[in-house]
Write a new protein. Sequence first.
Length: 317
Amino acid sequence: MAHDHHGGHDHHGHAHLDPASGDRRVSLAIWANGLLTVAQIVGGILSGSLALVADAMHNLSDMAALVIAFAARKISRKPADRAMTFGYGRIEIVAALINYTTLILVGVYLIYEGAMRLIEPPEVAGWTVVILAGVALIVDTLTAVLTYAMQKDSVNIRALFLHNLSDALASVAVMVGGALILLYDWRIVDPLITIGIAGYILYLALTEIGGPVRTLMLGSPAGIDTDEVIAAIRGINGVQDLHHVHFWQMQEHSTSLDSHIVLTADAWPRQEAVKAEIKAMLDQRFGIGHSTLEFEHAAHAHDHAALYGCGKAAADL
């Protein structure tokens, strides 16, 4: 998910954590969420509160998300090799997709369970709910603080941060529900809060999942105006036209461009100079640090080639 406008430049403005410090933060968050999940599941079963179990399920998905993110961070640092010639950086995008998908599944399940309990609200032990939700709020806030500084630069960690932020809000809702049960014996509030939490989980996941999917589908980076880039290349002296253009991202912050560039007969002898000018412009103006350019002489250029992709122009098909 490219939140930085030019794919490759803006993210350098943030203060970066060194990898070891980031790993320690994620590791601490894993342990905190693991212990909390066990406490909430036991407390939810003993107290009869589905909202507490819902919060626990969310925390369990958080813990899984943290483990996946932790592993992805480690794997992503491996250098490119014969098996993975592009390197391993994209594993973090895959991890984010897995985490958002699990959030959607958890959300759907909780809505179903909450609806079943609306029909027949069970007895709920309010104090257990309030105390455990209070502990959960502390852990969720701690985890959100630990991952906040890291989430600006990583879709993988951003998925975690949103997990924890929604958890913290869910814990507040569960505490309110426990208090209402204690004060007024409103048992229906427990499944209602469960459905509310689930709806919020679904909203977060569905609005964020598009970024990782777009990257994995080799879509054009969201922050790049492709028409503007193409116009800028056409404006360079010696460039007659271009076709078979591909914009994509190997990783979250590395925007790439592949294209066939048609040079005029006059520019053909100075290909290297034109190439250097195009690459410098792409990097400085659009943050596209990696480009692969193939040059064609205007007299021998592909006939009717499509602007995007590898085929012929639509009119010729």
